[in-house]
Design a protein around this ligand. Sequence first.
Ligand code: SF4
Length: 183
Amino acid sequence: MKIKVGVSSCLLGNNVRYDGNNKLDTYIKETLGRHVAFIPVCPEVEYGLPVPREAMHLVGNPVSPRIITVNTRIDHTEGMKKWVNKRLDLLEGAGLSGFIFKSKSPSSGLKDVPVYDEHGRLIGHGRGIFARSFVERFPLLPVIDEVDLADPVFRRRFFRDLFSYHKNRLNPLYRPSSGYGYR
Ligand code: SF4
């Protein structure tokens, strides 16, 4: 059975981004895709937003930011969080051994996502709404974004953790041998 890996849908070439485009990563789709079974997730589209749509960004406290449309200032935080909890319940039963996130996204970004104040000034960096809840729900699951995956050192470590997690995922006493430095 192939290792199951969750992935931000736009990285597989699906046209789900706010501008109607994708962020195809051919290494992930073609090379890695020969060895693993992907479970694509697009939080914004699965939550119910259209394609194309108005861009969103993170606003407020970088530790617990809100997700708001950039121009019309519609706050999707509560709705997204409700959807995220249901989606994570489904993913819990999906048998994932890792997840590859799209960097810098206010929904999917794992780290370094810009956070603004109410006036649009950059005040810090944080995690996307979906990515934050994901790592809180699955703290031992290997995760990475496509930028770090392109780095040979991080990539090697992610693969080591991915295969180790897959092999040991049914062992309740299993703990990864090292912390996830790429988080
Ligand atoms: S970054 Fe995440 S929310 Fe944005 S298009 Fe890609 S999968 Fe969807």
